[in-house]
Design a protein around this ligand. Structure first.
Ligand SMILES: [Zn+2]
Length: 118
């Protein structure tokens, strides 16, 4: 019977187990730190490239900002322009939009001429 060698063996195996767990814990901590750093760096880069935060403001047709930028057509020159930039004129119950005073005057004249000729 050799108790001392038995005890040494047990201590050696305990040291191996402790060393294994120590390395495992260190490995897990490293994985957590690396994944956190990757997430942080990714967020920094995505934040720099696109200022819109996810789940935040998104452009939908119901959005007033989008509705305000409706395109209208100038019936004189055929030019498309934003409604807010166009010159409106009510004629025959409907509103016409023009790119300039000139186009509006031309349309007015043609409407008056048509009205006079009819
Ligand atoms: Zn025009």
């Amino acid at each position: 019977m050799d108790f001392s060698s038995q005890e040494e063996k047990a201590q050696a195996s305990a040291a191996i187990v402790m060393g294994f767990f120590g390395r495992l814990i260190r490995f897990v901590i490293w994985v957590l730190i690396v994944s956190w750093v990757i997430k942080l760096v990714g967020r920094l880069f995505s934040g720099a490239s696109q200022p819109a935060e996810p789940g935040g403001h998104s452009a939908t047709p119901d959005d007033p900002a989008v509705r305000g930028k409706r395109l209208v057509k100038d019936p004189v020159c055929g030019m498309h322009l934003a409604e807010e930039l166009a010159l409106p004129m009510s004629a025959n119950g409907e509103t016409q939009y023009f790119c300039s005073q000139e186009c509006r005057a031309k349309y007015e004249n043609s409407v008056l001429r048509r009205a006079a000729g009819a």
